[in-house]
Design a protein around this ligand. Structure first.
Ligand code: TXA
Ligand code: MG
Length: 324
């Protein structure tokens, strides 16, 4: 079934109120956050939550993050707030950190994918928090179709979900461009489940405890798939040397390839290239838009220069984008 997707502006008071009214009525509204656009639905409305899974074609056991506008809204969703959560909330909220707690008894298992834990975050955009203070907390997975690239602007949301959701609230480009760091506080030591804008060392300093990296534990969560964040075009990762080697082989038919690189490559072939920033945060914020741009060039392959190994959040997304 196709529905009309309307475009609203985050800047306009009447549009913000309209978006809040839609959410309260159980409709689906894509909202801008500092990380990526989220597909919001009232966290209190089970049929709206089901509609989120349907619109995204997301398997029902992939748990959702509850987004709150004020810290006072946290206690309704969680069974217990450990002291480390208070420290993290004080330093990192509002901001790109999702915390996993034991869930409060009445929380719908549709949100948690049947788990006894729940993910919560407070987004760092005052207008969006204003929206949440009117609408109440929302679930908000990234506003993309299952396994596809996450959207960092309203147009990218439209490209994937136009006709499948009720509205897109346009707040311009997302500042960070990559999903929040997810930290599981229900385990000892606490563990990062998804690398993101808050780095483990920083989180460990805040709580004065060790924080395990995703490579140091083997917690599997549905939703954390090896193939994810995928462009339409086949993408592959190469070290800088491998890429130089491939580009120097003139017999390769590389006019149908787009190269995503961050170092200065001497490309003297007639080929398409997207130059990324060579600084970690800047690169991160450009990543999803660059992959979407590469898709629009309609090449047969994307060759990606592998960024430094300690850019964990970038390597995580790129390896999933390239997984076949
Ligand atoms: O930055 C973000 O976090 C964005 C914006 C919109 O806020 N949201 C986002 O949601 O990335 P989503 O649904 O695309 O990714 C959420 C991931 C799930 O795939 C799952 O891996 C994890 O969060 N998750 C959610 N609830 C969990 C739980 N109870 N235990 C472990 N992992 C959970
Ligand atoms: Mg996602």
């Amino acid at each position: 079934m196709t529905i009309e997707t309307i475009l609203l502006s985050l800047e306009l008071e009447s549009d913000l109120e309209h978006a809040a009214a839609l959410l309260k009525a159980g409709k689906l509204v894509a909202i801008p956050t500092e990380t990526v656009y989220g597909l919001a639905a009232s966290a209190h409305n089970e049929s709206a939550i089901k509609a989120v899974f349907a619109a995204k074609k997301r398997p029902s056991d992939h748990p959702l993050i509850v987004h709150i506008g004020q810290i006072e809204q946290l206690s309704a969703w969680v069974a217990d707030i450990p002291p480390v959560a208070e420290q993290l909330a004080q330093q990192c909220w509002p901001g790109p950190l999702t915390m996993i707690f034991a869930k409060a008894p009445g929380v719908s298992s549709l949100i948690t994918g049947g788990r006894d834990t729940i993910a919560v975050r407070m987004p760092d955009n005052a207008r969006v928090r204003q929206l949440l203070s009117i609408s109440g907390p929302v679930v908000a997975p990234s506003a993309n179709l299952h396994k596809k690239i996450s959207p960092t602007c309203a147009q990218q949301v439209m490209d994937g979900l136009n006709g499948r959701i009720d509205a897109v609230l346009d707040g311009g480009d997302c500042q960070l461009g990559l999903e929040s760091t997810i930290i599981d506080l229900t385990r000892q030591p606490v563990q990062i489940l998804r690398a993101g804008p808050f780095y483990p060392q920083h989180l460990a300093e805040i709580i004065g405890q060790d924080v395990l990296l995703p490579s140091q534990h083997n917690i599997a969560v549905a939703g954390n798939m090896p193939a994810h964040y995928q462009p339409e075009t086949k993408a592959s990762l190469f070290t800088s040397n491998e890429l130089m080697e491939k580009l120097s082989k003139t017999e390769q038919k590389i006019s149908s390839v787009v190269v995503l690189h961050f170092s200065e490559l001497a490309i003297n072939q007639p080929m398409q290239a997207i130059k990324m920033a060579n600084q970690r945060q800047q690169y991160t914020s450009q990543l999803y838009q660059a992959l979407a741009q590469a898709d629009r060039l309609h090449c047969t392959e994307i060759w990606i220069e592998q960024p430094p190994a300690d850019w964990h959040e970038v390597i995580d997304r790129l390896s999933r984008a390239c997984f076949r």
